[in-house]
Design a protein around this ligand. Structure first.
Ligand SMILES: *[C@@H]1O[C@H](CO)[C@@H](O)[C@H](O)[C@H]1NC(C)=O
Ligand SMILES: *[C@@H]1O[C@H](CO)[C@@H](O)[C@H](O)[C@H]1NC(C)=O
Ligand SMILES: *[C@@H]1O[C@H](CO)[C@@H](O)[C@H](O)[C@H]1NC(C)=O
Length: 401
């Protein structure tokens, strides 16, 4: 809680806050004549043992804090993680080098799917991207064909500081996350960044999810970056369209070179950008600033809308589910809505929470109203920016408890 009233008001507020907070056993901190800071009531500052199973983490690990079972909290609702049989327990058969896991809603059904890039031999000449969804507990092959004409490309095995990973983002705002990956020419060892577009598929070789990745082989701007080492999405212009950052290594130099590529995608697609914030302010917050806090790891966001054919469509995303090993996730969630849908029926935000608390906030759609939903969580703040790329509507509200 942060306030910037006059000195007397401040003292009064402080007393009130302390009395209020006392009920929940918390500490109040005061500082300066015009600033009063009261630490939030009932903040949990204890450590809990969260992992009940005797598991050993892989090095380098690719843990994620993500809601897989759609209970709107990352992990388990008991403030305690337990091993749940919702993912395959073994790595895909035949995999020799296993990359980092990523979690996205690949088919737009509201469930977070598990993506895993693997090499099927030591040199990564043949590689594949596997998927384990909610409904299929088996691995299914999402992409295994990395042949471009005469050239056979493969994933890059990765190094401890730079593991083999996919970086995901919806570059064309169609509601289906796309990926950026580094591939290596298996004859010349030259590395390039490639965009993998998430496209519908049909036919016998199509995975059961009905989606696959199509490699953009002829993307000349990315092809002009030699020895690319890592590629990720980033909204450089803050316009909702995801641009790309590519790191490459120059011959004989240890440091990376950073390249930025503007995404000149110009369809009149809509998107929703959501950031879930802590709403906390530290004691040195500047005056006249509303507490904004920082983006939290683990919130889960899901929307429902109706597509142009009148079918119900869901999609979901997790905010900052991974941060280690250059996972370089966006600090917020960009949900692409495609060309037709310019509204959301519902937007659900799930915030990781202590035991016994239920937080499931439902934001109805609409452009000119302020929506307040009662968050039962005591110290979280939800800021929702609904930005339409046509700049017709910009709605932001901050809800703090
Ligand atoms: C976590 O959950 C497991 C199984 O549900 C239980 O045995 C264990 O005691 C729990 N740990 C804590 C710290 O609550
Ligand atoms: C979308 O989610 C709602 C609520 O969870 C569910 O009832 C509905 O079946 C889902 N629709 C699709 C197309 O997945
Ligand atoms: C891959 O490397 C081979 C051998 O150097 C070369 O002939 C081929 O053109 C390269 N492929 C591409 C797509 O650059």
């Amino acid at each position: 809680m942060y306030m910037h009233p006059g000195p007397n008001v401040c003292v009064l507020l402080q007393v009130l806050m302390c009395v209020y907070c006392f009920r929940f056993s918390c500490v109040c901190i005061a500082s300066g004549p015009h600033v009063c800071v009261c630490v939030f009531c009932s903040r949990l500052v204890e450590w809990h043992k969260a992992l009940s199973a005797s598991v050993k983490m892989r090095v380098p690990h690719s843990n994620a804090f993500v809601d897989l079972n759609m209970d709107f909290t990352a992990g388990q609702s008991k403030w305690n993680f337990s091993k749940e049989e919702i993912l395959p327990t073994e790595v895909p058969r035949g995999s020799v080098i296993v990359g980092q896991s990523s979690f996205v809603d690949i088919d737009g059904d509201g469930h977070q799917d598990h993506l895993l890039p693997v090499c099927l031999d030591e040199a990564c000449r043949s590689s594949a991207i596997y998927l384990a969804g909610q409904r299929n507990k088996e691995w299914v092959t999402l992409l295994s064909d990395f042949q471009q004409g005469e050239t056979k490309w493969g994933l890059v095995p990765g190094a401890p500081g730079l593991p083999l990973a996919l970086h995901l983002g919806d570059y064309n705002l169609d509601g289906f996350p796309d990926a950026l990956v580094i591939l290596r020419n298996s004859s010349s060892r030259a590395q390039r960044a490639f965009l993998l577009e998430n496209v519908p598929c049909s036919g016998s070789s199509c995975p059961s999810v009905g989606r696959t990745f199509r490699v953009h082989w002829d993307q000349s701007d990315m092809g002009s970056i030699p020895q690319a080492a890592l590629a990720t999405f980033y909204d450089i212009y803050e316009d909702g369209i995801l641009d790309m950052l590519v790191l490459s290594r120059a011959e004989g130099k240890a440091d990376f070179i950073i390249h930025a590529l503007k995404n000149n995608f110009e369809a009149d697609a809509y998107f929703v950008k959501v950031i879930v914030l802590s709403g906390l302010c530290s004691s040195d917050c500047p005056q006249k600033v509303t507490p904004f806090g920082v983006n939290q790891p683990g919130p889960y966001v899901m929307y429902t809308t109706v597509d142009s054919n009148g079918n119900l469509k869901n999609a979901s995303a997790g905010q900052l589910s991974q941060s280690a090993h250059l996972s370089l996730q966006l600090p917020y969630i960009v949900l692409g809505l495609g060309r037709s849908a310019n509204f959301l029926d519902h937007l659900y935000v799930g915030i990781p929470r202590p035991p016994g608390e239920t937080v499931s906030t439902k934001f109805p759609s609409g452009a000119s109203k302020w929506f307040c939903a009662s968050l039962i969580s005591s110290h979280l703040c939800v800021s929702l920016s609904l930005s339409l790329s046509l700049s017709l509507c910009y709605l932001r509200f901050l809800l703090c408890l």
